[in-house]
Write a protein that binds this ligand. Structure first.
Ligand SMILES: C[S@@+](CC[C@H](N)C(=O)[O-])C[C@H]1O[C@@H](n2cnc3c(N)ncnc32)[C@H](O)[C@@H]1O
Length: 349
């Protein structure tokens, strides 16, 4: 077991990464992860659970060629905008058009979510955004503008999760809750534009379940799957269905009519099931056995560290475990007992 203490400088560009509230995101652990990544020889890396895109963005700042993916659409939109994209920004012209177009009535977001999430004006703004956005012919500009919209919705929603309908209960007068979505969007365009930089290495982003990933050519694979908790659930769709919907204007999504918050039906992921957890991790390691494997995991999840080390040792001759104390500050862990945990990085080479 290795406790990494030596701090290694992170490229200054990483400061421009727009942090996002997202369950299991590795933003706070980036200095620790970076110090471990520096010990590994690699140039290409797959990040198949990209989530908020933090780790993919770090890899890009380190000059690596990164392939980001996630089984949800909105993480893919974010990585396309912030990681795959080298040059495009959301132009002032597009921002002005989105902000100044007369808002439309009776659009999908308004009709579906009125009196559930956000104000009527905010929902009309989302619908208006969707009438304008495809007028841009630059796919990266479109992804980046959608990223600004996704981030606006996440910021404006109390605790950043969409499990219960909006209520005054969480309204503590914070600025993020006071701004309209339009005002957020205007600010977020500047934030995401500021994060764009060019890399000589090709970076890509796609929407894909990890087990359908066909492109396996890479030196390293960084695995950050949903942690399977001993209790509770780890469903990303339950918490972020609105962000998933807004990232594609709910096109092709099945909304559960019986759900009070109009959730999107959750897609299957093998990482939801305790009973088959060991087999799932075995399948994951086997799939990426030709690359170096770095797995993020937490002490309060299953399978246990020992089981994971044994499984990875089936495919890799040298397995090391790095660990750090970690306190979750994210509001989804209501149970205080599970807030204190150890975060592991299990590295197989
Ligand atoms: C722990 S989070 C990743 C966090 C990310 N590294 C970050 O820093 O933001 C796990 C991610 O796995 C995704 N996911 C869940 N099941 C998946 C599957 N079967 N294939 C690909 N992605 C999956 C979720 O959508 C979520 O974004």
């Amino acid at each position: 077991m290795v406790e990494t203490t030596q701090k290694i400088e992170i490229p200054a560009q990483f400061d421009k990464y727009p942090r996002m509230r997202f369950m299991g995101n590795k933003y706070k652990l980036i200095p620790w992860l970076n110090s471990i990544f520096q010990k590994i020889e690699f140039q290409s890396v797959i990040d198949p659970f990209s989530g908020s895109g933090t780790v993919s963005y770090l890899f890009k700042t380190l000059g690596k060629s990164v392939k980001s993916s996630d089984f949800l659409n909105f993480p893919n939109v974010i990585s396309k905008g912030l990681v795959e994209n080298n040059y495009s920004i959301v132009s002032q012209e597009l921002i002005d058009r989105i902000l100044n177009t007369k808002s439309i009535h009776n659009g999908f977001a308004f009709n579906t979510y009125k009196d559930i999430f956000f104000s009527h004006e905010d929902l009309k703004f989302i619908d208006t955004f969707w009438t304008i956005i495809n007028s841009s012919e630059d796919d990266y500009e479109v992804s980046l503008a959608k990223t600004a919209l996704i981030r606006s919705c996440a910021k404006k929603q109390p605790r950043g999760v969409f499990t219960v309908a909006s209520s005054d209960k969480y309204d503590d007068g914070r600025r993020d809750l006071m701004l309209t979505l339009k005002e957020h969007f205007n600010e977020q365009c500047e934030v995401v534009n500021n994060a764009i930089f060019h890399s000589e290495e090709v970076c890509t982003s796609q929407k894909s379940d990890v087990f359908n990933h066909e492109d396996l050519e890479s030196d390293l694979v960084y695995l950050d799957p949903p942690y399977i908790p001993k209790e509770n659930d780890n469903c990303y769709m339950k918490r972020y269905h609105f962000l998933e919907g807004v990232s594609c204007n709910w096109r092709g999504q099945e909304i559960m009519e019986t759900s009070k918050v109009r959730k999107i039906k959750k897609p299957y992921t093998a990482f939801s099931y305790k009973r088959t957890a060991v087999q799932t991790f075995d399948n994951l390691f086997q799939k990426f056995r030709n690359s170096k494997i770095a797995l993020s995991y937490s002490s309060n999840s299953i399978p246990s560290l020992n089981i994971l080390v044994d499984l990875l040792s089936k495919y890799k001759s040298n397995v090391e475990v790095f660990q750090v104390d970690y306190t979750y500050s994210f509001g989804n862990h209501e149970n205080a007992k599970i807030n204190e945990a150890k975060e592991f990085l299990i590295l197989g080479q």
